[in-house]
Design a protein around this ligand. Structure first.
Ligand code: SAM
Length: 245
């Protein structure tokens, strides 16, 4: 059943109207007919629903709440130093499938790409479309929040909002006594939310490492191999799912 995220509360009588792009999708792509079933997600809860009238707007009647919770037990925010090309598209899509709660692109010192305000807004809109579609496809009940790219100081300022900040640090990977990600994860078990920070292709600058240290970040390896900027966040999310789910 096709899944639609709606930003309205479910009324007591369980009757609601879907309009805009989703109504067009139901009518034109799904060729929905009265009586067809869809999944509606509102406020983090999924419901099975039945189509009523299908035209410019679509009447929907809630049938029942769907059990099961597809979300990670802790909120994971992924902060990536702006990588080259369309790598953020991949991180947005796969990170959503893997349970990411928030995506925060930031301007790292070694980011080769520089996005001006106009480009940043357009790219963020594109990423939001990608995460919405990935959330529908992966049957999530939350669409990850995508930030417009922010500066590194802005990222550090927000660090205190998280239960823990973890920096995936490539230099940790080179140590024989490297900090294992499994051990780092065990130390944040009781946190409701974590901020995971990743560098761009060129890695973290010394100033960024110092800033992360000051923000109380834990430094961890993601194993002994150096992963691509787009692989590292996915490795981390997969490991968190393995550990928690
Ligand atoms: N230019 C860096 C170098 O040669 O050491 C590699 C940077 S890597 C392509 C991009 C980012 O992925 C790093 O800044 C880090 O956040 C993360 N990363 C990749 N492999 C990692 C590993 N084994 N342990 C921890 N972080 C890793």
């Amino acid at each position: 059943m096709q899944r639609y995220f709606i930003d309205q509360k479910i009324p007591d009588n369980g009757e609601l109207i879907i309009s805009g792009d989703d109504a067009r999708h139901i009518a034109k792509v799904m060729r929905g007919e009265p009586g067809d079933r869809i999944v509606v997600v509102a406020d983090g809860t999924a419901y099975e629903a039945e189509l009523g009238t299908v035209s410019q707007e679509v009447g929907v009647r809630i049938l029942k709440k769907l059990d099961g919770n597809p979300e990670l037990p802790l909120h994971v925010a992924i902060a990536c130093g702006l990588p080259k090309g369309d790598k953020l598209d991949l991180i947005a899509q796969k990170g959503t499938e893997l349970g990411m709660h928030r995506l925060i692109p930031f301007e790292a010192e070694r980011s080769v790409v520089k996005w001006d305000a106009a480009k940043a807004g357009k790219k963020a809109e594109r990423l939001r479309k990608i995460v919405k579609e990935a959330a529908e496809q992966s049957h999530r009940t939350v669409i990850p929040h995508v930030h417009t790219p922010e500066s590194f100081p802005e990222l550090l300022k927000s660090a205190s909002r998280y239960g823990a900040v973890i920096a995936a640090y490539e230099d940790e990977a080179r140590k024989t006594d490297r900090t294992r990600f499994a051990d780092t994860l065990k130390s944040v078990y009781d946190k409701g939310s974590i901020l995971l920070v990743f560098g761009p292709e060129g890695g973290f600058s010394q100033a960024e490492i110092t800033g992360l240290e000051r923000a109380g970040a834990l430094f961890t390896s993601l194993g002994p191999r150096i992963l691509r900027a787009e692989t590292a966040p996915l490795y981390a999310l997969a490991a968190i799912s393995y550990e928690y789910e």
